[in-house]
Design a protein around this ligand. Structure first.
Ligand code: WTA
Length: 644
C-alpha cells in the first residue's frame, strides 16, 4: 500500500473478528458480486425470522426494487420477541442515561411487555396497519418503544428530530398524512427543558389528518391537553395486555419515512421498507461493528436522524445488542459527560460523528484522560468526512491505539452503510471509508458514467440495487427518478464527489449539489433561502456553506432587502431567529451579509460558486466574465473587511 499512515488490524483483533482477515472479506465481496441472489437470500434466511418465506430474492425494474418478494416478517418481532424466545429475555436491551443523571435499564423481556402494552393502546385509539405516525420525542426509551410499537402493527413511522420547529413538523405531518403524533412534554438538553408539546399544538392547528396525540411525561411540566385528541402515554398503556401479536407484514411494507433535505426547498420523504432494510442494518452491525454477545454498544446519534434509526433502533436490536442511549448534550454538566458514560456503562463500541470529535478535542485531553476508557474496543465515525487530525486524536486519546476506527459512509437514502471497513480485515487509512460492503457496487465516474482513473475526482455512484435502498420519495416517484437515477441513467447517483486511490480505497470529498452538511446534519441551501424570503424584509437570498473548524460547514447567507430603513444588527438577529422558527435552531446561520444586489449571470442565475469562494477565501479569483455586476462582489468582500 502506498500511503504513509496505514493501520492494519492487530493480530488480537483479527483473531476474534466476525470477518477475520482480508481473504474472508474478499470471499464475501466476490460471492455477493457473482451471486447476489444466493448471497443475500442465504443471509436473509439465516439472520431474520420470517413468518412466511420469500419466493425470490429481488425484483429490479429500474429505478424500483423489491427485496425478498412475497416474504412476510415483522421488524419489531425480529428486534425484540425473537431474543426473548431464544432465552435472552433477561439481557439488557437499553441502558438509558438521562441528562439530569437519572438512569434506567430495560431488558428484552421488559421491552417486549412495554412495546406490546403500548401497541395495544394504539389499537384502542383506532390506529391501524397502514396508518402513519409522527414521532417527535427526546432521546428517551419511549422514543425507541414508540418506533417498535409502530413497526409491530405496521404503522409507518416518521421520526422528526426534536430540534425541528413547529413549521417543519407541520410540513412533515401534512406530507405524510399522519393520523397519530407521539410526543413528550419535553426533554432535557444543556440543563434546560426543550419543550415539544407546544410545537405539536402549533403545528396541529393546520393538520386535519391527525386524530390522536400521545404525550409521554418526561419533564413533568404541565402541558395543555386537547380533550378527545390528546392522551398521556401512561393512560394509553394503562390496563392493556402484555400480549400483542406482531402483524405479519410484506417484506416491502413501508417501515418508515424519514424526511431529509434535497436540492429544493421541500424536504424529501425517504421511504424505507421492511425486509431488505432490516437485513442490511443487521449485517453491517455484525460486519463493521464486529458486534459480540457481551458488547456494550453506544451510538450517540439522535433517533431523529437516519443513524438513530439504523444504528440505534433497528440494526443493533435485530442482533439483540445491549446499548446505551443518552438524552442530552455532551457538555452537561461538563465536557467529560461522554467519557463518564463510557466508564459508567463500560461501553465497548462507540459510534459518533467527526463534529462531536472536533468539539471534544478542543476541551483538552485531560477530560478523557481522567476516565477509565479501557472497556472500549472499537470506534466509529459517520456523517461527514473525518479529517486525519480528528481521526488520529480519536485513535490515540480515546482508543489508546488499541481500537480500530470504522469510518462509515452512507446516507439517509442508502438506509445502511455502503462503504466501511470490516475492522478485522481491512487496513485503515485515516479519512477514507475504505472499501464497499459486500454486495455494494460502488464506482467513481464522470458525467458520462465512465469510471475515472485512480486518484481522479468523480461522482460516487452505485450501479446495482442493495437491500436497504430507498424505495421512493413518499408521494413523488417522479422526483425519486429524477433525483437519483437520471444523472447517470440507471445508476444510483449519491450526490457526493469521491476519488479512489491506487488501492481501490474510496475517499469521499463532499456534496456536489446544494446540500450543506452542518454538524453532520443535512440542510439544503434552497430550504434556508425559501425560509429567508418568507421574511417580510427580505427581497432575495443566497445561501452557501462556509468551511467551519468544528461543524464542518456553517450556513452563510447573502441577502438583499426590500426598500426601507433597517438596522442591520437588529435584522441579523431577527433573521437568525426566523430560521430557528421556520426550520429549527440547528439551521441558524453563522453569518449574514447584506448587499444591494447579488452576483448573477446574464440569464439571472445567482452565482453561488463566487459566493462560496468569497466566504472561503474572502476574495474571488475565478472566472467572472459572465457576471452581471462585478462591483457587487467587491462590495460584499469589503463588508466582511469592515466587520473583521
Ligand atoms: C456525508 C448520514 C464522508 C455524505 C448517515 C453523504 C459522509 C451525507 C460520511 C449523508 C463519511 C456521511 N464520510 N461523508 N463517513 N457519512 N457523509 O443522509 O456527504 O444525513 O451524502 O446520512 O453525509 O447524510 P445523511
Amino acid at each position: 500500500m502506498s500511503q504513509a499512515n496505514i493501520y492494519p488490524p492487530s493480530a488480537d483483533f483479527v483473531k476474534q473478528a466476525n470477518v477475520s482477515g482480508m481473504e474472508a472479506y474478499r470471499a464475501l465481496y466476490q460471492k455477493a458480486a457473482d451471486k447476489p441472489e444466493e448471497f443475500w437470500g442465504e443471509l436473509a434466511k439465516e439472520k431474520l425470522h420470517w413468518m412466511e418465506p420469500f419466493s425470490h430474492v429481488f425484483e429490479w425494474e429500474p429505478p424500483f426494487v423489491k427485496w425478498f418478494v412475497g416474504g412476510k416478517l415483522n421488524a419489531c418481532y425480529n428486534c425484540v420477541d425473537r431474543h426473548v424466545g431464544e432465552g435472552n429475555g433477561d439481557k439488557v436491551a437499553l441502558l438509558f442515561e438521562g441528562e439530569p443523571g437519572d438512569s434506567r435499564r430495560i431488558t428484552y423481556s421488559e421491552l417486549l411487555k412495554d412495546v406490546s402494552r403500548f401497541a395495544n393502546g394504539l389499537l384502542r385509539l383506532g390506529i391501524e396497519t397502514g396508518d402513519r405516525a409522527i414521532i417527535y420525542m427526546p432521546m428517551i426509551p419511549e422514543a425507541v418503544i414508540a418506533m417498535l410499537a409502530c413497526a409491530r402493527l405496521g404503522i409507518t413511522h416518521s421520526v422528526v428530530f426534536g430540534g425541528f420547529s413547529a413549521e417543519a413538523l407541520k410540513a412533515r405531518i401534512q406530507d405524510l398524512g399522519a393520523k397519530l403524533v407521539i410526543t413528550a412534554d419535553g426533554g432535557w438538553r444543556k440543563g434546560k427543558e426543550v419543550k415539544l408539546k407546544p410545537a405539536v399544538d402549533e403545528a396541529l392547528a393546520d393538520c386535519p389528518s391527525v386524530t390522536s396525540v400521545v404525550v409521554c411525561e418526561r419533564t413533568k411540566t404541565p402541558v395543555p391537553m386537547v380533550h378527545g385528541r390528546d392522551h398521556y402515554w401512561q393512560a394509553v398503556e394503562a390496563g392493556q395486555s402484555e400480549h400483542c401479536p406482531a402483524v405479519p407484514l410484506d417484506s416491502e411494507h413501508p417501515l418508515f419515512v424519514l424526511y431529509t433535505s434535497g436540492t429544493t426547498g421541500k424536504p424529501k420523504g425517504i421511504l424505507h421498507t421492511t425486509g431488505g432494510y432490516l437485513l442490511q442494518c443487521a449485517m453491517t452491525v455484525e460486519w463493521v461493528f464486529d458486534l459480540k454477545k457481551n458488547d456494550v454498544y453506544w451510538c450517540t446519534a439522535d433517533i431523529g436522524w437516519v443513524t438513530g434509526h439504523s444504528y440505534v433502533t433497528y440494526g443493533p436490536m435485530a442482533l439483540g445488542a445491549t446499548q446505551v442511549i443518552y438524552e442530552g448534550s455532551p457538555d452537561t454538566p461538563g465536557f467529560d459527560r461522554w467519557w463518564a458514560i463510557v466508564e459508567k456503562y463500560k461501553v465497548s463500541i462507540l459510534y459518533t460523528s467527526p463534529t462531536a470529535i472536533r468539539a471534544l478535542i478542543r476541551q483538552g485531553d485531560h477530560l478523557p484522560n481522567a476516565h477509565n476508557l479501557s472497556s472500549l474496543r472499537l470506534l466509529g465515525s459517520v456523517g461527514e468526512p473525518i479529517n486525519p487530525a480528528a481521526w488520529e486524536w480519536f485513535y490515540k486519546v480515546i482508543g489508546k491505539e488499541r481500537c480500530p476506527i470504522v469510518d462509515t459512509w452512507w446516507q439517509t437514502e442508502t438506509g445502511a452503510m455502503l462503504i466501511a471497513p470490516m475492522p478485522g480485515a481491512v487496513p485503515l487509512k485515516p479519512g477514507s471509508g475504505t472499501l464497499p460492503i459486500p454486495g455494494v457496487m460502488a464506482e467513481v465516474v464522470n458525467l458520462d458514467g465512465k469510471p475515472v482513473g485512480p486518484n481522479e475526482e468523480g461522482y460516487l455512484i452505485v450501479s446495482r440495487p442493495w437491500p436497504s435502498m430507498v424505495r421512493t420519495i413518499w408521494g413523488d416517484p417522479k422526483r425519486f427518478e429524477d433525483q437519483y437515477w437520471s444523472r447517470v441513467p440507471g445508476k444510483y447517483f449519491t450526490g457526493d464527489a469521491a476519488r479512489r486511490d491506487e488501492d481501490g480505497y474510496f475517499w469521499v470529498l463532499g456534496r456536489v449539489d446544494d446540500v450543506l452538511n452542518v454538524s453532520g446534519h443535512r440542510l439544503s441551501t434552497m430550504e434556508v433561502e425559501s425560509a429567508l424570503v418568507r421574511h417580510p424584509a427580505v427581497a432575495e437570498a443566497a445561501v452557501v456553506g462556509k468551511p467551519h473548524e468544528i461543524t464542518g460547514q456553517a450556513v452563510c447567507c447573502f441577502i438583499t432587502l426590500k426598500k426601507g430603513e433597517y438596522d442591520h444588527d437588529v435584522l441579523s438577529k431577527e433573521l437568525r431567529q426566523w430560521i430557528a422558527h421556520e426550520i429549527g435552531a440547528f439551521a441558524r446561520p453563522e453569518e449574514i451579509r447584506f448587499s444591494e444586489a447579488l452576483p448573477k449571470t446574464r440569464s439571472g442565475k445567482i452565482m453561488r460558486r463566487l459566493l462560496r469562494e468569497l466566504v472561503t477565501n474572502n476574495t474571488v479569483a475565478g472566472d467572472v466574465t459572465t457576471l452581471e455586476d462585478l462591483s457587487v462582489i467587491t462590495k460584499l468582500a469589503a463588508q466582511q473587511d469592515d466587520e473583521s
